[in-house]
Design a protein around this ligand. Structure first.
Ligand code: HEM
Length: 402
């Protein structure tokens, strides 16, 4: 079973193999790799997307309503975050921003989210689905129900290729990949093929959807609060005054208003809003002077914590300024938990921050975003373990002269 294993010892061992590769220091070394993909994203959303070659018809249709007009931001951002995590994890980027190649990788992730709640109640269905031959799955099972299994098939093929020829895979990158780290597990955590595929599912799924939807929310906020977008751009201009200034993660992270904007986005549009579950130990536990019987399933909701008026005054107001000069020891920092905390908290938060800071800096340095007339995004959202907003966010992208 994969890293998400309920067994504490197995989970700890598997997580221990990966976590050094996702630490802040490791992510800092990836600056160029991340920026490479961000640059591609910036070119693709350009009103005149030169990088979309002849082999990109499908990509163009999916992300651009009409060339040079409205852009389906969430789809494109999924491609960006999918490209980053696939290269870091498995030595070869999916190339989702470069061509139509491997487009099938990304749609299953989005579709998977739709069935997550059902799978959590009816998890044996996942095993039954996995036993269906791929051809039958793809041709008979409706797309929205096969997402998880389709992703599993696709990643399984990639894992097989890696196992068949690891040297060829290693030669594609100078970084040590997460996959190499997993293969190095000792006997105790020796990984079966299904465990490797499971870990790939967790990493690619968790690393793609959450970061993409957060970035989309931040961009949407910039569209509906244009005065805040002006401020955001001004702060970015202060750090990158010349049009040709190289955007790096290290420099973008120093722009305090970008982080404040992202934190406020994560507070209100937290990608995993609730019911993160844990089981009390068999001997029971005591929490805030209340005793919890052994093996009781308990849960917490980040969304409820983030909208507590005692901690965040005027909680439904989108106000990035509340994070400027914020005291690290304050309650608002303590109760800010979009990545959860503890031994099962998000392992990819440093990578997510790096991607998000660089993408916002590069986007608003060069472009003004506004809602396109074809925008379908509403303010309604549903909790499907991940937060799913209703309707596509379609943006108009205009390029600044300077
Ligand atoms: C804005 C972006 C992100 C948010 C808000 C987010 C949030 C979360 C949350 C709330 C959890 C559950 C933790 C728990 O059960 O307590 C989690 C787990 C996880 N996340 Fe993220 N995540 C993000 C980005 C990423 C990225 C980029 C990666 C890529 C490496 C990643 C990989 C993981 C993994 C592997 C787990 C499972 C950890 C474990 O079971 O030990 N996440 N994330």
């Amino acid at each position: 079973m994969s890293m998400g294993n309920a067994n504490v010892a197995i989970h700890k061992a598997r997580r221990g193999l990966i976590s050094p590769y996702l630490s802040k220091t490791s992510v800092q070394k990836l600056d160029d790799n991340i920026v490479k993909h961000v640059k591609k994203f910036i070119e693709v959303i350009s009103p005149t997307p030169k990088v979309l070659g002849e082999n990109c018809e499908r990509l163009r249709k999916e992300v651009v309503i009409k060339p040079g007009d409205g852009v389906n931001m969430v789809n494109l951002l999924r491609r960006l975050t999918g490209d980053v995590i696939s290269e870091y994890g498995y030595s070869e980027s999916f190339g989702l921003l470069s061509s139509d190649k491997n487009i099938w990788h990304i749609q299953p992730i989005a579709d998977s989210v739709a069935i997550l709640p059902w799978l959590s109640f009816a998890w044996p269905v996942a095993y039954i689905m996995a036993a269906i031959p791929k051809w039958v799955l793809m041709n008979v099972v409706p797309r929205e129900f096969r997402g998880f299994t389709e992703l599993e098939y696709n990643l399984g093929e990639q894992v097989d290729e890696y196992i068949r020829n690891p040297n060829a895979a290693k030669a594609k990158t100078t970084n040590k990949t997460i996959f190499e780290a997993l293969l190095e597990g000792d006997e105790e955590v020796k990984l079966s093929r299904s465990a490797l595929v499971g870990d790939a599912m967790v990493l690619i799924g968790a690393g793609t959807e959450t970061t993409a939807t957060t970035l989309a929310e931040a961009m949407y906020n910039a569209c509906i609060y244009p005065e805040l977008q002006v401020r955001l751009r001004q702060e970015i201009l202060n750090a990158f005054p010349n049009k040709d200034d190289e955007i790096t993660v290290a420099k973008a992270e120093k722009v305090e208003y970008i982080t404040a904007f992202l934190k406020e986005t994560l507070r209100l549009a937290t990608p995993i809003p609730g019911r993160i579950v844990r089981e009390a130990p068999a001997e029971g536990a005591v929490f805030q002077e209340k005793s919890i019987p052994g093996c009781t399933v308990v849960s917490m909701s980040a969304y409820l914590m983030h909208t507590n008026p005692d901690i965040y005054p005027d909680p439904y107001k989108f106000d990035p300024d509340r994070w400027m000069n914020s005291d690290p020891a304050s309650d608002q920092e303590k109760y800010f938990v979009p990545f959860s905390k503890g031994s099962r908290g998000c392992i990819g938060s440093s990578l997510a921050w790096a991607e998000m800071n660089a993408t916002l800096a590069a986007t608003f340095r060069r472009y003004k975003l506004s809602l396109h007339p074809d925008n379908q995004r509403t303010d309604k959202w549903v909790d499907r373990i991940a937060r799913v907003v209703i309707g596509d966010f379609i943006a108009t992208v205009e390029e600044y002269d300077g």
